[in-house]
Ligand binder design. Structure first.
Ligand SMILES: [Cu+2]
Length: 330
């Protein structure tokens, strides 16, 4: 191999680095400016992509780390391919009829072992930090939600407001308003708050997964798993049960509405929730002193929840609860 070839190969590796930087840049600017600051404005709008429109700090963190990974990994894809194309053309039979005698190059062999190993270490550090960030919930979360997976619906409990709501996955779009008639039974969250989520299940395993929040966690009978995220964007965020849990697994959709604090309190009151003393002043400020009369749920207006779910949710799930025991003989 001539000196010139070595220069060209080094040049190709520099090109590979530039291409990687361009790929990462293209990846990072792939926000849709129309929806970058908020999620879908109604449930009938398409889902925003978690990678391009993260709606929580956790999802943002995941996105930043993955862009960093792309930057580190791509040279290992571009570099060998560029070299391969160059070598195929440079050392073809017509241009290089007599093959070089194969020989060893210790420096090169050490380099191509150490460089990828270093790349793995460089990737592991921010990945571990991101993991820590995701795993350690805030000490004083603004909202605590207890989610329970069931065959085949989701039940949310907001203990602070004495509120339980059941989302059975159905979405009926009202042609006039373009909104779903079930909206009140979905999980509602106020914007710019930290949320701690405790998940459990009866019967079988499920997984609560809302990509825009960067959250996916297993909910398992007999234990409580916890995740956290914050609500950085208003809108309708969709998710799905991500653990094959039975015949209607595909219908265990998840809908989360992130809205202004005022709208959130209105929802709490419409659902028959109570406002804790320490939040009273804030609610009066947002909704007016007569909020109790104005937003009290009318008789019969309380959305019916599935009785089986409510009963089981009240009693703690026994550690040994099997499918037959939890479903009971109903
Ligand atoms: Cu499920």
């Amino acid at each position: 191999m001539a000196k010139k070839d070595i220069k060209i190969i080094v040049g190709l590796w520099v090109l590979a680095l530039i291409l990687s930087a361009l790929t990462t840049w293209a990846y990072m600017i792939s926000y849709n400016p129309a929806t970058a600051t908020h999620g879908p404005a109604s449930i009938s709008e398409p889902t925003t992509h978690w990678l391009f429109q993260p709606a929580s700090s956790v999802a943002e963190r995941v996105r930043t780390e993955s862009a960093w990974m792309v930057f580190i990994i791509m040279p290992f894809l571009y570099g060998p391919f560029l070299m391969l194309f160059y070598i195929i053309s440079r050392f073809s039979k017509s241009r290089h009829p007599v093959a070089d005698k194969p020989n060893e190059n210790l420096t090169l062999e050490v380099a191509w072992t150490i460089v990828p190993a270093l790349a793995l270490i460089v990737m592991a550090v921010p990945a571990y930090e991101a993991l820590r960030y995701m795993e350690i919930p805030p000490a004083r979360p603004d909202q605590v939600i207890n989610v329970t997976g069931a065959q085949f619906y989701w039940q949310y409990e907001l203990p602070r407001y004495g509120l339980t709501t059941t989302d059975n996955g159905t979405i009926t779009i009202d042609a006039k308003t373009g909104r779903a008639t079930e909206e009140d039974s979905w999980l509602h969250l106020p914007i710019n708050k930290t949320v701690l989520m405790n998940g459990q299940s009866f019967q079988v395993n499920h997984a609560w997964w809302v990509p825009a929040f960067g959250v996916k966690f297993d909910v398992i009978p007999g234990r409580i798993n916890t995740v956290w995220f914050d609500t950085k964007k208003k809108g309708y965020f969709k998710g799905q049960c991500a653990e094959l849990c039975g015949t209607l697994h595909a219908y265990m959709r998840i809908q989360v509405v992130v809205e202004e604090e005022k709208d959130f309190y209105e929802w709490v009151l419409r659902k028959g929730g109570t406002i804790p003393e320490e939040e009273e002043a804030r609610v009066v400020e947002l909704l007016g002193a007569d909020y109790r009369e104005r937003f009290a749920p009318k008789d019969g207006a309380k959305p019916a929840s599935l009785p089986a779910a409510t009963e089981s949710a009240k009693s703690p799930v026994p550690a040994t609860a099997g499918a037959t025991e939890a479903t009971g003989s109903k």
